[in-house]
Design a protein. Structure first.
Length: 496
């Protein structure tokens, strides 16, 4: 007992906490080995031969959607603000239905390995290359913020320096994804989603048991403080928490995040049929909402807990509220469970989707055509390692930044995601033929979105940052539409 106490005093964690984390990481490697062995080509490595069960695809999608940004980024919103973040989910649910019936059928029609192959079939190679390039920029920077968020949380919990946590995540991610490919990502994602639910329920239960008055007492105090507000009905364009703005942003943001981002769509492309893929994304509506609400509720419970215990110290950075609570309040076992959830959320990285887009959309058509499948498989695994190092570098740079992490991720994503969504909608909803004009439209619209974000952040333009993805989408769609007649003389034909 004395040795255990001494160990916990030195590290801040008990042996039980480390045992839980070690068991979870060992499970990741075991799943990667048993699911990833015997892969012979990129169809296995990137699509898993389209043999994924619906329930695995659903849970893996949820694990990727949730990520560390929900676990450590959503509780600070419930702690410092209210529940108006849930308004976004109304639009998000609507977007999933649209993706199911407009995006997925088109991707299966062309038997796409990556969704940017659709742009090649619909418009031409230049649009495919631009779409893939925009995906790299969008996903790398947004995922870099996610990795930073997780590393910050683990650094607080374990008492490590940020560089050590980044190195840990990078090594584990590269090893298990590099070996196991998409099948490792899918099955470990299902495992991770279960851990997210279990960890969140355990934290909420502990808080309720240690709040005066239990659940009813927490509800009353939070209600009096305005922490339970969900709907913000009003008019304006500056406040991103207004109901109509949040819903509109949820529709556009989720269509971009789920329908035009290879990271999440790759999971849906591993289902055997179009119908199974559609069932999967619809099922994510009912699987994602509870876990989002759960971690938002944890933030509210943390507000009540510290309100009732004013003598307890609070972290200087509110983004660290869950990590701070874990280190200083939670008992052994629960600390390890939180740590495990954060680590698993961070390891579920976009390395497989980045590799698939690079090899399929860039390397195979532009750098090395008609090579043996074994060659492409080797390049795929090498690219996983390269992208892992690049993500770690971006996360390290994020350490010098500031601002609420969840909103920072949305802002970064919005600058380029609107260009992607605009060109996909042009291909799905119209018969316009334009290729090089799409590239011009996407670049101009991204620059425009970035400029609007700059004006918003400086307080020059009275418009909320959540509008940038809408502006980018409308701009790309409109410019592409207008430039279409100019390309008719080159013989471009729209796909019917």
């Amino acid at each position: 007992m004395n040795e255990t106490a001494a160990f916990e005093q030195i590290t801040g964690l008990a042996p039980l906490d480390y045992a839980l984390l070690a068991a979870a990481v060992a499970a990741l490697f075991a799943i990667a080995y048993f699911k990833g062995r015997g892969e012979k080509d990129t169809q296995d490595y990137f699509l898993g031969r389209r043999k994924t069960p619906v329930w695995v695809g659903t849970l893996s999608f949820v694990a990727t959607e949730i990520s560390a940004m929900t676990i450590v980024g959503v509780p600070p919103i419930g702690f410092a603000e209210n529940w108006q973040y849930l308004q976004f989910f109304i639009g998000s649910a609507s977007a999933r239905v649209l993706i199911a019936f407009f995006f997925i059928p088109a991707f299966y029609r062309f038997n796409c390995t990556t969704i940017y192959e659709f742009l090649k079939h619909r418009f031409g190679s230049e649009t495919q290359y631009a779409g893939s390039a925009f995906f790299f920029v969008t996903r790398l920077f947004a995922s870099g913020v996610r990795l930073y968020a997780a590393s910050l949380a683990v650094a607080v919990i374990m008492g490590w320096q940020l560089g050590y946590t980044l190195a840990f995540f990078t090594v584990v991610s590269v090893v298990f994804i590099g070996f196991g490919g998409i099948k490792a990502v899918l099955w470990t994602g299902a495992f991770e989603a279960v851990i997210f639910y279990v960890a969140g329920t355990a934290i909420a239960g502990y808080l309720i048991l240690h709040i005066d008055g239990g659940f009813s007492g927490a509800w009353q105090l939070a209600s009096e403080a305005g922490k339970l507000s969900i709907f913000n009905v009003g008019w304006g364009v500056k406040d991103p928490n207004l109901l109509w703005v949040a819903v509109l942003n949820g529709v556009f943001g989720s269509m971009a995040a789920f329908g035009t981002d290879q990271e999440l769509m790759q999971r849906l492309l591993t289902l055997e049929t179009r119908r199974e893929s559609q069932k999967t994304i619809i099922a994510t509506i009912f699987a994602s909402f509870p876990v989002t609400a759960l971690y938002l509720g944890i933030g509210t419970l943390l507000f009540v807990f510290y309100k009732q215990n004013p003598g307890l110290p609070l972290p200087a950075n509110p983004d660290s509220i869950l990590s701070h609570f874990t280190v200083h309040i939670l008992p052994a076992g629960l600390k390890g469970l939180v740590l495990t959830a954060v680590v698993l959320a961070s390891i579920d990285s976009p390395l497989s989707s980045l590799s698939s887009s690079f090899v399929t959309d860039i390397y195979r058509p532009l750098i090395r055509k008609n090579a043996p499948e074994k060659h492409y498989l080797i390049v795929s695994r090498i690219s996983v390692g390269c992208f892992g190092l690049l993500l770690a570098g971006i996360a390290w740079l994020c350490a010098a930044g500031s601002g609420r992490m969840l909103w920072l991720a949305f802002k970064i994503n919005g600058v380029t995601a609107g260009s992607l969504l605009g060109v996909f909608l042009l291909g799905l909803l119209t018969k316009r033929a334009v290729n090089k004009g799409n590239v011009l439209a996407m670049v101009f619209s991204a620059a425009l979105a970035g400029f609007v974000l700059y004006l918003s952040e400086k307080g020059i333009a009275p418009i909320g940052w959540s509008w940038i993805i809408v502006i980018g989408t409308v701009s790309t769609f409109s410019i592409g539409w207008l430039l279409s007649p100019l390309e008719h003389r080159f013989g471009s034909k729209a796909v019917k």
